[in-house]
Design a protein around this ligand. Structure first.
Ligand code: HPA
Length: 277
């Protein structure tokens, strides 16, 4: 069955009715990190329910709309609110918006998320650029018959996070006065946070960050041949021997602090992408 391709085309047709530009960049805004959308010179704002085949967001901290317009003059499409495996969506549903953004014309996908910091050097509200990932979700968005129009059967994963973009982001962060370390992100299904024993295991595996999103979208972006830049904001410290209970309200407050840094960093990165021809 090749339904994704046709469903993507239907979604693109609907978006095109209210927005004609070709975006260069797609942006997925994570939990508590929606503030960046305010900087977009908005040309069309489309609620997810108006787009055929788009899942509808159920998390309260996610708005659930596609913001289309210009960021520092660069045409961009931003997802305010994303979908998670723990909400009972299939990974094909979770990643459908990435297919749609690719079909709209994006070349680069920028992803943000709120994550637990496993690396003991990380501090609350740190912005970390993701350099690689481990998929511990019990599924893969590419499972099933491959549609060659979307990408290859066995996509390469040697560099799913574009090395030149990682370096660009780090140098812009330094210019803006903060360090943006690199980290390996592990995706877990949630919705519960991890036990102390699980955090110990994830650290042993080589993970620096843990979260419940991003990896499915990045797998699909790699399948689609997109360049990828992804950031985590460290919202809680996963220190197995000094673990404190987390509350969503605290996570959102810390996310907002890290989000303020991302709201300076990402527009500058997008400007540089825009001037890179
Ligand atoms: N674990 C999983 N997901 C998360 C965490 C965490 O500690 N923090 C924010 N998202």
């Amino acid at each position: 069955m090749h339904a994704i391709f046709e469903q993507t085309e239907a979604a693109v047709r609907t978006i095109r009715e209210s927005w004609k530009s070709t975006p260069r960049v797609g942006l997925i805004l994570g939990t508590g990190l929606g503030g960046l959308a305010e900087q977009i010179e908005q040309e069309a704002v489309i609620p997810y329910e108006a787009i055929p085949h788009f899942p509808v967001s159920t998390v309260q901290s996610h708005a659930g709309r596609l913001v289309c317009g210009k960021l520092r003059g660069v045409p961009i499409v931003a997802m305010e609110g994303r979908f998670h495996f723990y909400e009972n969506y299939s990974l094909q549903q979770v990643t459908f918006p990435v297919r749609v953004m690719k079909a709209l014309g994006i070349e680069t996908l920028i992803v943000t998320n709120a994550a637990g910091g496993i690396n003991p050097h990380f501090e609350l509200a740190d912005v970390v650029v993701i350099e690689d990932h481990i998929n511990l979700l019990p599924d893969n968005p590419l499972r099933g018959i491959n549609d060659d129009r979307l990408g290859p059967r066995f996509p390469d994963m040697s560099h799913p996070y574009t090395p030149s973009l990682i370096e660009l982001a780090r140098s812009v962060a330094i210019q803006q006065g903060f360090a943006c370390p690199k980290g390996v992100f592990v995706a877990v299904s949630g919705p519960n946070l991890e036990t102390r024993a699980e955090y110990r295991m994830l650290k042993l595996m080589g993970a620096d960050l843990v979260g419940m999103s991003t990896v499915p979208e990045v797998i699909v972006a790699a399948h689609a041949g997109l360049k990828v830049l992804a950031f985590s904001v460290v919202t809680d410290l996963c220190l197995p021997d000094a673990l404190e209970p987390v509350e969503l309200a605290k996570i959102l407050e810390v996310a907002a602090r890290g989000g303020a840094k991302l709201s300076k960093l990402i527009p500058e990165v997008v400007t540089k992408l825009g001037s890179a021809g």
